[in-house]
Design a protein around this ligand. Sequence first.
Ligand code: SF4
Length: 114
Amino acid sequence: MEPDQSTGEQPTESSAADADADAADAQAGSQDASANETQPKLSEDSPQAKRLAYVHDADDVIASEQPRYEEGQQCTNCQLYQGTPDDEWAGCPLFAGKLVKGTGWCNAYAPRSG
Ligand code: SF4
């Protein structure tokens, strides 16, 4: 018994990939802090918010369910908060297109360094 080593493989040539590699600028790089007020506010009930256990008020965090939470943590002192500490609402890259509340918290909280 001889093993048949002939693999009937044929090189497939896909010659139709002649697309113009146009850089589609899907994202306009204008991130203006003043755009804060124009975005909708994140709802605590949205699936995105629930996924990260986001709440508008860090005092509402149930510490026993959120072991990462420590008192004093809130969006305004999270490094992902895109506003100033004085902004009541501001953007957060984890909730693109929505504003999170300065007093809020989610389980992706990361302390602001410096
Ligand atoms: S990542 Fe930070 S700023 Fe964004 S919602 Fe969570 S705690 Fe707030």
